[in-house]
Design a protein around this ligand. Sequence first.
Ligand code: NDP
Ligand code: MG
Length: 382
Amino acid sequence: MKIISILGSTGSIGTQTLEVVRQTGDFKVSALTAGSNIELLEKQMREFHPAMAAVMQPEKAELLKERTKDLGIPVYSGMEGLLAAATESSAQMVVTAVVGMIGIRPTLKAIEAGKDIALANKETLVTAGHLVMQAAKDHGVKIYPVDSEHSAIFQSLKREDSSKISRILLTASGGPFRGRSRSELSQVQVEDALKHPNWSMGAKITIDSSTMVNKALEVIEAKWLFGVSFDQIEVVVQPQSIIHSMVEFVDGGIMAQLGTPDMKLPIQYALYEAKRNFLSGDRLNFAALKQITFEAPDMETFKGLALGYEAGRAGGSVPTVFNAANEWAVARFLDRKIGYLDIIAVIEDALSVHERIAHPDLEAILETEAETYRYLEGRWAH
Ligand code: NDP
Ligand code: MG
């Protein structure tokens, strides 16, 4: 029985991870955490009996403590609680399924405590990839990607020599607004942007997929996970989300991973440390499918992707600004405080005033995030 902790167990990835735990019977859960959804966290505690639980919001943590007194499971709160969950002593692996760069500190602490990582929380790699990859190396810890594209690349690289990679072909669905013009995008409402054609995910990543900022974050994520240069990462739009990504090698040969879109596959591939196990669900029927189509991304209309490449190439503290401005803007868009196209305008604005730090440590990254927020509050919040 393998013991895992799940940071962000009440979210889309968190609940699907628990479904894998439930269906396979091969895992025991040591820690569960939520931001504020204590109703669901209580249910999870009653079903999975973790050694501890944590809730970000202190008042909610107090409430949960009251409600779960009979279980005798300690409940912690705030960043301290998240760090305690990340380092819970019995865990062998930590699934990082919180959303946003709030995941940096817990991910680093989990690595320092020698836990392998099943990484869904891409914002952590985008902003602190250099620290995370170095820490993993120093502590002999393995990082298994959960993001479907990165899992596909990881699967395609099995038994291959990664120094023989020529290109990574990162596939993208193109999101719900593929083919739209800029003027059409200016009309987009929150409800429209929350409808993804192929995947059901948390609100933030669904908006990111619609702007293609998600693909930009994934380009930077791929750079860190697979040690390639930005010139070697090409985004290919494949609207059916059947090919989850591909790797081209120096001899021109291409390996790809295909399947029906189901996050449980990459989740369990990570939990089982790159070993195959049965997973129920629909199988691809090529006769019914008939075709898989491809196109180049429209980086002019979906400028977030171009900005992400630029931020990634600039490196240092610049990807942190790109990510923090996006987190700020998406939250404001979901609150209906800014318009859809403002998301990209906010990112551009924040990037244009930032003075790059070449080798930011953890503190500098968190300070860059805070500074970006302060700047945007002054400029865009009214
Ligand atoms: P969700 O919004 O569905 O879930 C996020 C989880 O994090 C919830 O448990 C939430 O708690 C918790 N959380 C939110 N804010 C905070 C905070 N400030 N402090 C502590 N915990 C917090 O997100 P997803 O599951 O969709 O995504 C999680 C990560 O995985 C993201 O980085 C995303 O990019 C990545 N990912 C997701 C995919 C998907 O299919 N969903 C695919 C590939 C990558 P609560 O429920 O209480 O709000
Ligand atoms: Mg993805």
